[in-house]
Design a protein around this ligand. Sequence first.
Ligand code: SF4
Ligand code: SF4
Length: 363
Amino acid sequence: MHYHIILTERCNLKCKYCYEKSMKEFENGLEEKWDFDNETPFDNEVDIDKIKKLLKKEDVLIFYGGEPLVKIDKMIEIMDSLEGKSVKFYIQTNGIFLDKIPEKYLRRLSKMLVSVDGTKARDNENKGSFHYDKIIDNLKKIREKGFQGEIVARMVVTPPHTDIYEQVMAILGLGLFDSIHWQIDAGFYKFDFDKEKFEEFVKNYNDSISKLLDFWIEEIKKGNVLKIYPFLGILNRIRSWDEEKGLPCGAGYGNFTITTNGNLSACPIMNSVKNFYCGDVEKGVEKNIKIEDEACDVCEVKDICGGRCLYWRDAKLWPKEGDELICDTIKHLINEIKEKTKNLDLKKEDFEYERYFGPEIIP
Ligand code: SF4
Ligand code: SF4
């Protein structure tokens, strides 16, 4: 099982699509819709012995935040306590404090998902002027220090920008990342839907996706399967190499999140929403949560898409027409992969990947 653990809700960045937008979102109706747990502290207060009992051999613990490295002391304490348990450690981080992880602990991490939004200009626009140079420097340093695991680029596509092809190429060109995935910043806030602008976004983004897919397929033909997670995950489902039909991110059945007060939530961005609790660190997982949605029930790509995102589907912050436009990007992505790979002779083993550790698959 994969478990995220929220070490803290604090962060050391003020990204446009997270901090800035949340500051503008005064009334989104979620307070009335969901039952919020007011007992969740900012920093993780869970008894480590309980975490130790919960985790079984070969489970994966993914340090998450806010920014988990703001609480690097807690991360180290947990890693020390779990020594000898054969638990794997991953981290999802903005990368700023990566140089602060002592070598001994760096070597015990086996995957990291590092936020970067593409070119230096795009990344700085979203995350502030020093982020890009700092993380590039840090990634070089951690490789020199002996980190041998996978480094996943975690991108956010920020409308009105549609140039996913150029941004992915910029990241691949660095030679620092082993893999990549992205999520579109759409449908996560109530105030930011603009029909005309988003319609324009969908059209151009879809064109850019087609271009990126052409590039991916050309590389496959040369014997090089690039780990572009949305393409990999969707192809696995199209070919029925992955027979699961739920959310490809695994939230609520393939992975769970240890909240700051020790509940198990379906998704790491829902630290304090009781509606999405599935158990706690003492009792373990007591139930699974899956998406229930009328539009998804009758959708032709349901078994592949799985409903995109539990948070988005339940929160319904955008009007129906906005959500349908988001679905247009998903259907385009799935149909393009289906169409463009249908005559290719592909071997399952070349496209295997670890599921449920963080990449959303459906952007
Ligand atoms: S494309 Fe949209 S409607 Fe279809 S399954 Fe995905 S989220 Fe649901
Ligand atoms: S896609 Fe949605 S449900 Fe899945 S992990 Fe991301 S935010 Fe959570």
